[in-house]
Design a binder for this molecule. Structure first.
Ligand code: UDP
Ligand code: MG
Length: 318
């Protein structure tokens, strides 16, 4: 078999309901490109029938499907990282398994890479998610651009294409917590962003609850910028200056008006506010320290139970 030109990476976590339709739609699209391709499914510790479904499809599409089976849930980005490490194509396309990213958009992405773009980013036109997620996402996109100095319009859309040189750089950046679109954007020399369609999730549930989304966004912000830490320092300086002025004012008042005991509640309010600020500042530092700790422990970022290779079967490995 000739080596594939296009590698498609699909992270799957409890997607048994979406997979049949995904198979039905994606393979005709890829066959239609008339170029050698491989599809790498990464099973991110699913507890439903995802793995057997993937393995059955692998048998059916001999030589074109690879399945990487994790021994636990390591998250969507780690699943993509594992796929990147095993992709052999000249370009890599990533997409979600839940059909929110229509596979029919892949040929357009490939075309942009052919035209010389090293990263093809996407913006979901008429995004079909809950109002809360859309609004939060808009705010986060803007804030992230501000903080990181990158410029992406839609960090969350995983339908993306990367050229081999960018894939190699991502493979070299062995970070424990990472955010693939931002990492690629950082190293891209000729990126492009295109509009793509987006569908509502028809089957199964989103794997991201509120706290998981918040954690993911902390990864994004701390992983690509020190601005939050600098904001802590700046606000510390600002509060110190203000407190100094306030103390000086109180001193003068004491001399002019004499001793006063009123305004206890105002004082309490100010105190609570400052305590809140202090605790969040410790929290921000903690976010960085925790990530440094994760990084220095050097535990494996994910553990592969087995790789069901396109050609041969391999023994379990880490
Ligand atoms: N996913 C994964 N591991 C996880 C969470 C999600 O591999 O821990 C996969 C999931 O199967 C899907 C994609 O990542 O293919 C996007 O997940 P989801 O649709 O739940 O996210 P949303 O569209 O709500 O952002
Ligand atoms: Mg989804």
């Amino acid at each position: 078999m000739s080596s594939p030109e296009i590698s498609v990476i699909i992270p799957t976590y409890n997607e048994e309901e979406s997979l049949p339709e995904l198979f039905e739609r994606i393979f005709p699209v890829l066959d239609g490109l008339e170029r050698p391709y491989e599809v790498i499914f990464v099973n991110d510790g699913s507890s439903d029938a995802t793995l057997p479904l993937l393995l059955r499809e692998r048998k059916r599409r001999s030589g074109k499907v690879k399945v990487v089976d994790f021994n636990g849930n390591f998250g969507q980005h780690m699943a993509i990282v594992a796929g990147f490490g095993r992709a052999r194509g000249k370009m890599v396309v990533t997409l979600d398994a839940d059909l929110q990213n229509p596979p029919e958009e892949i040929p357009r992405m490939v075309q942009y890479v052919d035209e010389g773009h090293d990263v093809v980013g996407t913006v979901r036109k008429e995004r079909r998610d809950t109002f809360f997620r859309k609004t939060a996402s808009r705010l986060v996109n803007r804030l992230t651009n501000r903080i990181t100095g990158l410029s992406l319009h839609d960090y969350g859309c995983m339908l993306r294409a990367y050229r081999r040189d960018v894939v190699d750089i991502i493979n070299e950046s062995a970070e424990t917590t990472t955010f693939i679109p931002a990492l690629a954007q950082k190293f891209a020399t000729n990126p492009v962003e295109i509009d793509v369609a987006h569908s509502p999730r028809e089957k199964g549930q989103s794997k991201y609850g509120l706290f998981r989304l918040i954690r993911l966004n902390f990864d994004l912000m701390t992983g690509f910028s020190m601005a939050p830490l600098q904001a802590v320092t700046m606000s510390g300086i600002l509060i110190s200056v203000l407190s100094f002025l306030f103390a000086a004012f109180m001193f003068v008042r004491r001399l002019v008006v004499g001793p006063e005991a009123e305004g206890v509640f105002t004082l309490l309010a100010i105190l609570f506010l400052l305590m809140g600020v202090t605790i969040s500042c410790i929290g921000i530092q903690g976010e960085y320290v925790g990530r440094i700790y994760q990084e220095v422990r050097k535990r494996p970022r994910y553990v592969v139970r087995k790789v069901y290779d396109a050609e041969e079967e391999q023994s379990p490995q880490i």
